[in-house]
Design a protein around this ligand. Structure first.
Ligand SMILES: Nc1nc2c(c(=O)[nH]1)N=C([C@H](O)[C@H](O)COP(=O)(O)OP(=O)(O)OP(=O)(O)O)CN2
Ligand SMILES: [Zn+2]
Length: 122
């Protein structure tokens, strides 16, 4: 079994109305985010030797990055409130068709925070 991981970064603004961190989080402000998508496979395609072509991942993650980079995340209705939980699920739902996506992590390194989504419970 193999797991392949590809990451991308995006810079985005948000506001979180409800947090114990107070006013700074409630004002509109920006962060650098780093997202990692992991795809699992038991077999490789005998013609390519690959579980999934990183080129396919690069293409799809580029499209998702364009949806998020330099955006005000609160305006993207499909995210909901722009927490790391909702961001990781938003990305998972847009990449899951590529293969067996086991997890999507979103890191906010400046805060030393990471959230990982493993998909819905069966
Ligand atoms: N379960 C969660 N809890 C919290 C989340 C979250 O996504 N999931 N997010 C926050 C805050 O947005 C987060 O902690 C960042 O806080 P913020 O005030 O925006 O960050 P800083 O100013 O410290 O960040 P810098 O990038 O260093 O300026 C709270 N809880
Ligand atoms: Zn924030």
């Amino acid at each position: 079994m193999w797991e392949l991981t590809k990451s991308f970064t995006f810079e985005a603004a948000h506001t979180l109305p409800i947090t114990t961190l107070g006013e700074a989080s409630q004002e509109i402000h920006g962060h650098s985010f780093r997202a990692e998508v992991t795809v699992r496979g038991d077999t490789t395609n005998p013609e390519t030797g690959m579980v999934v072509d990183f080129g396919v991942l690069t293409q799809r993650l580029g499209e998702i990055q364009a949806m998020l980079d330099h955006k005000f995340l609160n305006k993207i209705e499909a995210i909901g409130l722009p927490t790391l939980e909702n961001l990781s699920r938003f990305i998972y739902e847009r990449v899951r068709h590529i293969g067996h996506v086991t997890k999507v992590s979103v890191h906010r390194d400046s805060c030393r925070e990471t959230c990982t989504y493993f998909g819905p419970r069966d």
